[in-house]
Design a protein around this ligand. Structure first.
Ligand code: NDP
Ligand code: HEM
Length: 482
């Protein structure tokens, strides 16, 4: 007799036959009472959950954050409490626009989402492989994403929509330049940097606030594909990134990133020429030099892609004592958006799923709903608050210092008085001739089929970054027209 485990129904009853339906006669129809078949088909119908509305295609792995430098003068956050401290974490990387089955080797921003299981709760840093973003006001996010997804009538992606939106939104220039540069098409996620992108706050043990930006510098080196190379890769495999990351971890070639922070004293925010909470801007390294803090290493593949990667739920609202938000308008909107998406995509108590569950004691008064499979509070009589039965209570010692906010409540034009060209120029000036020439041809390729008046409007923006930028794209367009 085989020692394989016995197949059962989900209720635990043994299954006598998993090959042949229960029928009236050898050729007859299936009997309604074949409940095991009904269960099998019903489960299959429920195997898919809504894919993420953005960043649907992704790849994940577990890892460890190890602190290398003392930054306790800036933050009391648990992962940074001492040099040598290790914190377990989970990472999910992604493309933005493609659906769940999209090819990996596409020109797109890469998501860089990290969940640190700290002893004071989960800290999620949900960033990208770019330090900036396409828009700076959350009103523009759904519109921007609509231009990246499919046209409602043709069901095709639309270059016209993309360049129409970008050319009408000059704040996108910085990110568009990165997207169309070499770094817009990485060979895999081991070869990208990650950025927290937003400004966050650090709070130290004296309850002083600093502004902080997080950087994750790849230790595997940057590697990119040209459009032509990527087309060839996609022809061979649509899963190039999944394959690259999974195999590297299986063979023990563990990907690592050097973690750095830029720190800005709280009151500097009133003095910088640029708005330090503007997501379309970096803090120049010359002004705020990156400091080494830690090493991030990925070292374990998930056992079940659906359970651990597809059901992973990252949210910028997951902060811990010592790390806080900033006035960045985009960050403020994201604080709402992600947990809302998770309740829709996964269900009310999605944080009870193993990949999302904190690895520290957790006590709250949320009660029923989908996925209520966690235990009661230690005393079952303490199911409301306040109570007389020793239920969990608040901890005032974790209150953040007050944040000074001033100004009239109004809708301020975020384009007024904002230099959208200086930082893209600094980036353009970093590129060597080869990088510039690939930037021009990538843009020209991406503009194929776009009406001339939209191309002209965008060329006007390139011109304001640098005359060579506009001239280069014009030449590349002319060459392609031939
Ligand atoms: P620095 O010369 O000190 O920094 C340049 C940064 O640019 C480095 O972090 C480098 O990353 C990165 N970089 C190099 N090539 C590319 C590329 N093709 N695409 C995207 N990033 C690239 O200058 P500044 O701090 O004054 O910034 C100048 C410009 O560099 C900015 O306007 C911005 O576009 C870009 N940048 C700046 C960052 C910042 O936080 N200040 C972060 C990333 C980009 P690496 O070290 O990995 O090579
Ligand atoms: C995923 C909204 C801006 C990075 C998502 C999801 C939503 C969303 C709803 C799907 C979440 C899920 O179903 O689990 C928004 C809104 C934004 C915004 C409303 C602006 C107002 C940004 C920015 C970044 C970013 C600026 C990076 C700096 C990501 C990443 C994911 C994601 C990495 C995938 C997370 C994962 O791997 O599960 N976003 N987003 N987003 N977003 Fe955003």
């Amino acid at each position: 007799m085989s020692d394989a485990p016995k197949l059962t129904t989900t209720a635990g009853a043994p299954v006598a036959d998993n090959q042949n339906a229960l029928t009236a006669g050898a050729r007859g129809p299936v009997l309604m009472q074949d409940y095991q078949l009904l269960e099998k088909l019903a489960h299959q119908n429920r195997e898919r959950i809504p894919e993420r509305v953005v960043h649907a295609k992704g790849w994940g792995a577990y890892g460890t954050l190890t602190i290398t430098h003392d930054i306790t003068q800036y933050t009391k956050a648990a992962p940074f409490s001492e040099v040598g401290k290790k914190t377990e974490m989970f990472a999910r990387f992604s493309t933005v626009a493609g659906e769940l089955g999209a090819a990996d080797a596409e020109r797109d921003v890469r998501g860089f989402a990290l969940k640190f299981y700290t002893e004071q709760g989960n800290w999620d840093l949900v960033g990208n492989n770019t330090p900036v973003f396409f828009v700076r006001d959350p009103y523009k996010f759904p519109d921007f994403i609509h231009t990246q997804k499919r046209h409602p009538k043709t069901n095709m992606r639309s270059a016209t929509a993309m360049w129409d939106f970008w050319s009408l939104s000059p704040e996108s220039l910085h990110q568009v330049t990165i997207l169309m540069s070499d770094r817009g098409l990485p060979v895999g996620v081991r070869n990208i940097n990650g950025y927290g992108s937003h400004t966050y706050s650090f709070i130290n043990a004296r309850n002083e606030r600093f502004w902080v930006k997080f950087h994750f510098k790849t230790m595997q080196g940057h590697k990119h594909w040209t459009n032509a190379e990527a087309a060839e890769v996609v022809g061979r495999t649509r899963e190039s990134t999944q394959d690259d990351l999974f195999r590297a971890i299986e063979r023990g070639d563990l990907p690592k990133w050097k973690v750095q922070v830029q720190i800005m004293p709280e009151t500097d925010a009133e003095k910088t020429s640029y708005n330090p909470f503007d997501l379309t801007k970096v803090w120049p390294h010359g002004d705020y030099p990156p400091m080494d803090v830690a090493i991030l290493e990925l070292n374990r593949n998930p056992e079940n892609y659906f359970a651990e990667v597809e059901q992973a739920a990252f949210s910028p609202s997951n902060i811990i004592p010592g790390i806080g938000f900033s006035p960045d308008k985009m960050l403020q909107a994201r604080i709402f958006s992600y947990a809302d998406a998770h309740r829709h995509r996964l269900g009310t108590h999605y944080e009870a799923l193993p990949v999302n569950a904190p690895r520290c004691p957790m006590h709250h008064y949320h009660k029923d709903g989908q996925m209520r499979f966690f235990a009661n509070n230690p005393n079952p009589d303490a199911y409301y608050e306040p109570n007389s039965f020793n239920g969990p209570v608040q901890s005032p010692e974790f209150a953040e210092p007050p944040l000074k906010i001033s100004g009239d409540a109004d809708r301020y034009d975020h384009r007024e008085g904002n230099d959208d060209y200086g930082q893209p120029r600094a980036l353009f000036n970093l590129f060597d001739d080869g990088q510039k020439s690939r930037l021009f041809s990538n843009i020209a390729e991406a503009m194929q089929g776009v009406p001339e008046f939209i191309v002209d409007r965008q060329l006007g923006h390139f011109e304001k970054v640098h005359p060579d930028y506009a001239a280069g794209v014009r030449d590349a367009l002319a060459k392609m027209a031939k």
